[in-house]
Write a protein of this length. Structure first.
Lengths: 123, 417
């Protein structure tokens, strides 16, 4: 069992190192992913996408289509789905008892941006 | 071992593993992410099973096939959990690989994640460090035991990782159960709340570096059968200070008035200190455990004892005359190590069913093949082996080579680390 422990531990750290090394060689993420189309959506349009299968959220002024990501979200659906079709900045900033999402989540979120939320005057 | 008891342990481990996996079974995700999630929950269930298997409760041990079997599974289940939990973050990172190598690394790295991932990493690092200490046999037993118990902290941090992820519904009960099992073990076993109070009544040197200690109960005594062992901690006396740690000792005799005797050989710091124990020292005893000589069939038997391994056989011979023709092969290094030899010779002279062969082997492992009875007679016997691990391995190999089926070979290692 000692041998099993040593081999699994060494393999684990080798793979962690491999992920880290690979990340250093990565070209920056494609601009196309980060530059989402700057289309504007009204709160009414946003509200039409309020189900787990069709889930848009407005966060910090951006509108995000999270339908494809929801199944991969670590929290149970009952925590996340109620925010579909809504302005969810506060929920995003205060998850797990007052703590905001990590920078990793911000980067992941950017990949799902489809536009911006129209201000009240624009409605 | 009855089939029910044989199956109880694997079924328990299977249920503990599959239960959380079934609850969290992902749908519509990539294979790598699904596997990462499944292995995370499987590791959580395996760790919970491993915690249950470290409890030293006689009834639980009886239901699961014996304490030694529980500890055997505790080690293997713990290692399986470790491997599953190492794979968990790697697979989640691999799932993010198609979206970019940087994203894969950020999935894995706690520096780009929040508290939930830090808690997960802390749990993994505690597991890693705790297991490293577990495999370090040169550590003093007390230090080793504390570091090993520290693995429980890893379980709690792992569950905290899930709570911080917002997965509260099934995790709080699991966290409660884990804390309960850890608390049960620490309070009842390590602090000795489940142990019975005894006092040292008599101490008899029986060989070089070996004493037989007779204990009398201060309350209800435990019922021990020949072949069983108990966990005993010795405390202070007028001129003696015990280490207060529970160590397994094999019962060498059990009296009707609750008196119980153990053979103690100096194998480490604590047992070396016990050689100078005196009457009046307080002790606590947990048990009894094991079923080494229980349910023996009515066929001729071969008993092979090495050194201190003579104690379970001695307990059986002291308890009652034998029902089956039995040959006892007693191996010891030299005459000064031959504990209880004179008493065994007297017992053999009185009991027509018992044939005793005592052999001084010298400091090295003898030619076991030459010492065992000839093959034709051996095939019709059940073989019971007790002695140092190296001798047991050698004996089992020789018996296997002679065609003795495993179900006719019975042994206990009495290994607890």
């Amino acid at each position: 069992m000692r041998r099993f422990y040593l081999s699994t531990t060494v393999l684990f750290w080798l793979l962690v190192t491999a992920f880290w090394t690979a990340s250093l060689w990565l070209p920056t993420p494609e601009e196309s992913l980060l530059l989402a189309a700057e289309k504007t959506y009204t709160p009414a349009e946003l509200a039409k996408h309020a189900t787990a299968a069709n889930c848009w959220m407005a966060i910090r002024g951006g509108v995000y289509d999270l339908s494809a990501y929801l199944p991969a979200h670590p929290s149970p659906p009952e925590l996340v789905v109620p925010w579909c079709g809504r302005e969810a900045t506060e929920a995003y900033k205060t998850k797990t008892k007052g703590r905001s999402h990590a920078p990793f989540a911000d980067e992941l979120l950017a990949r799902y941006k489809i536009g911006t939320l129209a201000s009240d005057q624009a409605k | 071992m009855p089939n029910r008891r044989f199956l109880a342990l694997p079924l328990l481990v299977l249920a503990a593993t599959l239960g959380p996996v079934y609850w969290a079974l992902p749908e519509g995700l990539s294979i790598a992410r699904s596997l990462g999630i499944v292995l995370g929950w499987a590791g959580c269930g395996l760790l919970l099973a491993s915690l249950l298997l470290m409890l030293r409760e006689p009834r639980l041990a009886q239901g699961l096939g014996g304490l030694e079997r529980m500890y055997h599974w505790h080690h293997r289940v713990g290692m399986a959990a470790y491997a599953a939990l190492l794979a968990h973050p790697l697979l989640l990172a691999a799932a993010a690989w198609p979206d970019g190598r940087q994203l894969a690394w950020q999935t894995l790295s706690p520096f780009s994640q929040g508290w939930p991932v830090w808690a997960g990493w802390l749990a993994l690092l505690l597991l890693m460090a705790g297991l490293a200490a577990t495999f370090e046999r040169r550590l003093p037993y007390r230090t080793w035991r504390r570091l090993h118990l520290g693995l429980g902290l890893a379980v709690l941090f792992g569950l905290l990782h899930l709570v911080l992820l917002g997965i509260e519904q099934p995790v709080w009960p699991i966290l409660g159960l884990a804390a309960f099992l850890l608390g049960w073990r620490i309070v009842r076993q390590d602090f000795g709340r489940a142990a019975r109070p005894y006092i040292v009544h008599r101490v008899t040197p029986v060989a070089d570096g070996m004493v037989e200690i007779s204990l009398k109960p201060l309350a209800d005594g435990l019922q021990a059968k020949p072949g069983q062992f108990a966990l005993v901690a010795f405390f202070a006396g007028p001129n003696f200070r015990g280490c207060g740690e529970f160590h397994p000792f094999t019962v060498s005799a059990s009296g009707a008035d609750g008196e119980i005797r153990f053979g103690v050989k100096a194998l480490g710091d604590c047992t070396q200190n016990i050689q100078s124990i005196e009457p009046g020292v307080l002790a606590r005893v947990q048990g009894a455990f094991g079923c080494f000589l229980a349910d023996r069939p009515a066929i001729p038997q071969l008993w092979v004892a090495g050194g201190i391994g003579i104690t379970p056989f001695l307990a059986q011979l002291r308890a009652a005359p034998l029902d089956q023709p039995t040959q006892l092969l007693y191996l010891y290094r030299s005459e000064s190590d031959a504990a209880f030899l004179h008493e065994l010779q007297v017992l053999a002279a009185k009991d027509p069913q018992l044939t005793l062969r005592a052999v001084a082997t010298g400091p090295t492992l003898p030619d076991l093949n030459a010492l065992l009875p000839a093959a034709p007679g051996l095939a019709q016997r059940d073989c019971y082996l007790c002695g140092p691990p190296g001798m047991l391995v050698g004996l089992r190999q020789v018996l296997n080579e002679r065609g003795i089926k495993p179900r006719h070979i019975h042994f206990e290692n009495f290994e607890f680390r």
